[in-house]
Design a protein around this ligand. Structure first.
Ligand SMILES: [Zn+2]
Length: 741
């Protein structure tokens, strides 16, 4: 499965035994397991599918399939819809990047890839073999739909904004899905978070089950492994084959190492012309780079014995030699699926109703869309906007910026718009193409903070990483060099199951050694506050190679700054230098070799940084900045950013039972937890600010130990505002504020 993210560019490192932080592999098997746990009947469906195919393949004759592309039209034309689920970030990839993936899918499925010269034909243990001659044309062509399910003109691309673009799960697909019996649905997202140390580049749903019409059916791929331009390995050879691999699964193909538990099973993938192979992906070896070894051979039990087929799209091999063909029997299996499970897709009436029959390129009406990198700033600052309109060529733009200067623009790039007065402003864009006009208005899109910030100065904490909404809150990451970026990870956290990670770059391949990266807060009001604080937790291991990379001169630094002029000038409030920055020890214990992926195992591997008292300016407009200078060490993790006033005397009972509400304020859901040291009669009720009871969370006997309850916005239909959780424990009562944002 070559060309999963970063794989090709790290070939040399892999060969010398180092693994890269974020190599992504395929999540199809895991996804299937998850589906089976919810739908046990799928197990039977899969068994039947495999058994039926076993019968069917008996009728297969090698002469039935050509290894070369046929001159004739493809046997199967598949209408495709690509759903881009984005949050205005780089994952909102261009139409051209999407088309580059469709083009590559067609090259790979029609056996037209340029790297086919790498297919081996040789002797092995004295026996001639030819993978070249096994390569086959799948006779499948993918075409972006020209008509949507309602019959409207479309370019086959749907763009949906969502803050959950990093989740990449089945729920997310429900934001946008077209009839899976009529369209091959492809979802493109920013990330696929499954809590693994091995990242997921994409996953597919197998064809069996759900009466062939599940709303989750299709493939989902991260944007930087989709296509071969833009954000996805631009210009790199070999090309990204992630979607080809996933489309193979979607058409019923398994990994060639599928039955590794059975030790080199001859037909683990249910086809007989892929030699048996064993592989189990780990975080140290998520993919195999064996191009230097043409005789690489994990299984010797087949007759004749053949080397592992690194060329196969469905395996996990990377490098120039790998991932460039389907075999003849894999094609037979895909055709079996198309004829029996996915028949509705390629029938002529469906090709007509989805508009792909004549492969026309009729122009549709445009759909207006735009974004900006900075929605929140202070009065007097400027914001620039980016046109993201789609579905047509655009010939004219009409921007409207109420409250901004200039207030209108008529070019694709409207330049910098200055906002002088605090407030929340809408922005409108109207675009015109050859076939029509479209307009979109984003209400409350630009937030201009006043010279005096109006955030409440009371206790304020939120785990933005957990909620995945730091950008909505006005928190911004900045980079001197943005080739290495912060990523949200659920692989570890100080609390709340997710945190931010600045990935290691020990060989300076992203030129991040010596570069600064910062997290900048929105403005907060600390006027008249004497007991303010700002704190966070971090985890970091220094690298053994740091001195070599940085020439000994570059040292890590972690600093905290404050600003009272909207970030024009900053004052340093805390500095942690190279000798004390490690959270795993001092001296050599502070260092970790670059081939080890540092993941803090528990809270003891984290440190807290806190500035308080006179370090917090007595000002109505305070911004904070956490700045990290990277020097070639291991991963840096950041979590639990908090600020506010040091809390006063808490209710004695609340303290006793370690009562907590995290996060608070909250957006979607918050967790109440406490610990009883003996069995108690407990009542928990939720009230609004007017004293009206909204519901009972719990009422009855509760055993000693830690107790947890979730309050979700949807469960009680909560609007933004203040609410109270009233606790009654054995007749003793207290009340706690919670805030819904
Ligand atoms: Zn796979």
């Amino acid at each position: 499965m070559k060309k999963f993210l970063l794989a090709a560019s790290f070939a040399i490192i892999s060969a010398s035994g180092y693994s890269q932080v974020k190599v992504n592999s395929c999540g199809t098997d895991q996804h299937h397991q998850n589906l089976v746990s919810e739908h046990p009947e799928l197990l039977e469906a899969k068994k039947k599918f495999d058994a039926d195919f076993k019968e069917y393949i008996k009728t297969y004759k090698p002469s039935d399939k050509n290894s070369l592309k046929k001159a004739s039209a493809p046997k199967y034309i598949i209408p495709v819809v690509v759903h881009v689920l984005h949050n205005y970030g780089s994952e909102n990839i261009s139409d051209a990047q999407i088309q580059s993936e469709i083009n590559f899918l067609n090259q790979s499925f029609r056996n037209l890839v340029s790297d086919s010269t790498n297919r081996r034909q040789d002797t092995f243990n004295g026996v001639f073999y030819s993978y070249k001659q096994l390569a086959a044309d799948a006779e499948v062509e993918f075409r972006l739909a020209r008509k949507d399910p309602k019959g409207n003109c479309t370019n086959g691309i749907v763009r949906v904004q969502t803050p959950l673009t990093n989740k990449g799960n089945d729920d997310l697909k429900q934001l946008s899905v077209w009839d899976t019996k009529r369209y091959f649905n492809i979802w493109v997202v920013r990330g696929i978070n499954r809590g693994n140390t091995v990242g997921i580049a994409g996953y597919a749903q197998f064809p069996m089950g759900f009466n062939n019409g599940a709303s989750t059916d299709g493939i989902i791929v991260i944007h930087n492994e989709f296509g071969n331009i833009g954000t996805s390995n631009p210009g790199q050879t070999p090309k990204v084959t992630t979607s080809t691999h996933e489309a193979g699964h979607w058409l019923g193909l398994y990994h060639p190492f599928q039955t590794q538990g059975e030790t080199c099973g001859l037909d683990g993938d249910e086809v007989l012309d892929t030699p048996p192979t064993i592989f189990s992906a780990t975080s140290n070896e998520p993919l195999r780079n064996k191009c230097a070894d043409k005789r690489y051979n994990t299984c010797t039990n087949e007759i004749p014995d053949l080397p592992d087929m690194q060329e196969n799209y469905m395996d996990y091999f990377i490098g120039n030699c790998a991932s460039n063909m389907f075999t003849k029997q894999q094609v037979v299996r895909m055709h079996y699926v198309l004829d029996n499970y996915r028949r509705t897709l390629w029938q002529e009436d469906n090709l007509i109703s989805t508009g792909v029959k004549d492969n026309s390129t009729a122009t549709c009406s445009p759909i207006a869309s735009f974004s900006t990198t900075t929605r929140i700033t202070c009065a007097g600052n400027k914001i620039s906007f980016t046109d993201n309109s789609y579905n047509s060529n655009i010939t004219a733009w009409k921007w409207s910026f109420p409250g901004g200067t200039p207030a209108t623009a008529t070019t694709k790039a409207p330049g910098q718009i200055q906002y002088d007065n605090p407030g929340t402003y809408e922005v409108t864009l109207e675009v015109t193409g050859p076939n029509g006009t479209s307009s979109v208005t984003y209400k409350d899109y630009v937030v201009i903070q006043p010279a005096a910030a109006n955030n409440p100065s009371g206790y304020y904490t939120a785990d933005w990483w957990y909620q995945n909404n730091w950008y909505d809150k006005g928190w911004v990451f900045e980079y001197e060099n943005d080739k290495n970026k912060w990523v949200r990870t659920a692989a570890t956290s100080f609390n709340q199951n997710a945190c931010m990670m600045y990935p290691k770059d020990p060989f300076n391949l992203s030129s991040s050694v010596g570069a600064l990266t910062s997290l900048i807060s929105p403005s907060y009001n600390f006027q008249g506050v004497s007991n303010g604080y700002f704190s966070f937790n971090y985890a970091f291991a220094q690298g053994t190679l740091s001195a070599d990379i940085g020439g000994g001169a570059t040292k890590e630094e972690l600093r905290v700054y404050t600003s009272v002029d909207c970030g024009k000038t900053w004052i340093s409030r805390a500095a942690i230098g190279s000798s004390t920055i490690s959270t795993i020890g001092t001296g050599t214990a502070a260092q970790l070799a670059s081939n080890i992926n540092f993941v803090p195992a528990n809270q003891s591997k984290w440190k807290e940084v806190k500035v308080e008292g006179s370090s917090i300016p007595n000002n109505s407009n305070v911004k904070f900045k956490i700045e990290f200078k990277y020097a070639g060490g291991n991963n840096f993790y950041l979590d639990n950013v908090k600020l506010g006033t040091v809390t006063g005397i808490e209710d004695e009972l609340a303290k006793q039972i370690k009562f907590s509400v995290q996060p608070n304020p909250f957006n979607y859901e918050t967790t109440i937890s406490y610990e009883l040291n003996k069995n108690e009669d407990v009542e928990i009720r939720l009230f609004d600010i007017a004293g009206k009871e909204l519901g009972v969370l719990f009422s009855g006997d509760q055993a000693a130990g830690i107790q947890e309850f979730q309050i979700s916005k949807s469960q009680f239909n909560l609007q933004s505002g203040l609410y109270f959780v009233n606790m009654n424990i054995g007749g003793q009562k207290f009340s706690k504020k919670i805030v819904v944002e």
